[in-house]
Write a protein that binds this ligand. Structure first.
Ligand code: M3L
Length: 264
């Protein structure tokens, strides 16, 4: 199994994250709080995403990444490989994403004097507390919603990226840096716009169970959110998600492409 895609995915994910982290946390006014933990987890997830995508394409089309410019894979194969990558990365990401959401949600904009200390002291303490209070399955709270969010939307991610690259690149050539940046940025926006409805539901499921269980499952969470807040609830955060997605994914794809070219 070619491993360079996993390594390139690892590094490019980390670079993208450094850029995206302030956007990710600004929703909750915490800014650079807890940077090292997301770096590690996003790097792992991105490595799985790109590694599985590329190796699934290899299985489906029998072309390695070096051969793909000369023999471009079909969009159906790109979509299927993307969905596979999205599905498996969601599984690996689930506990890390849960911890991230729990830590971000306890961020107070201004520490209130005399207020009780935060429930979780850091990622390890958070994981241990969830395990103690909610069991092993507690670490996978919201994982279904995460898989539903990422399986189709990572397919959309790679289709958009490849489609835009092909549009602006003469046949058989490598896309220019500008093309990779723009195609990567728009791939990020397209997949995040599509992912936002389930992203909202996923985060609610992950926060559920902290005090008492409110939702029965993904569908129940969707229904009660719509009932209480209207359809607009599915677009909560779509602007900030898109603003974050452009630079993060422009840098992710640029570094991924260049690392692979550099390694041959
Ligand atoms: C599928 N979904 C839209 C959720 C993410 C796809 C892009 C992944 C990238 N690491 C990022 O964080 O933007």
């Amino acid at each position: 199994m070619p491993v360079e895609e996993f390594v390139a995915g690892w590094i490019s994910g980390a670079l993208g994250l450094v850029l995206g982290h302030p956007f990710d946390t600004v929703k909750l006014l915490g800014f650079f709080k807890g940077m090292s933990f997301p770096i590690a987890s996003v790097a792992v997830a991105n490595s799985v995403l790109f590694g599985v995508y590329s190796n699934t394409l290899l299985l489906l089309t029998a072309t390695s990444h070096q051969e793909r410019r000369a023999q471009p894979p079909s969009y159906t194969h790109i979509f299927l490989a993307g969905c596979t990558g999205g599905f498996l990365q969601a599984y690996c990401l689930a506990p890390f994403d849960l911890i991230k959401v729990r830590l971000q949600n306890q961020t107070e904009p201004v520490a209130q004097p005399g207020s009780p200390p935060p429930q979780y002291q850091g990622p390890v303490h958070c994981a241990a507390s969830i395990f103690r209070e909610e069991g092993y399955r507690g670490l996978f709270r919201g994982a279904w919603a995460l898989m539903l969010r990422d399986t189709p939307t990572v397919g959309i991610y790679f289709i958009t990226y490849e489609g835009l690259c092909r549009q602006y690149t003469p046949e058989g050539q490598n896309p220019s840096s500008a093309t990779v940046l723009v195609a990567g940025g728009f791939a990020g926006i397209a997949s995040w716009v599509a992912a936002t409805p389930l992203d909202v539901i996923k985060s609610r499921m992950q926060m559920d169970g902290l005090r008492r269980r409110v939702y029965q499952g993904v569908l129940d969470c969707m229904m009660s959110s719509v009932r209480q807040e209207g359809l607009g609830v599915f677009f909560r955060g779509v602007t900030i998600n898109s603003a974050r997605a452009f630079p993060v994914n422009a840098v992710t794809f640029l570094s991924y492409e260049y690392l692979l070219r550099w390694w041959g």
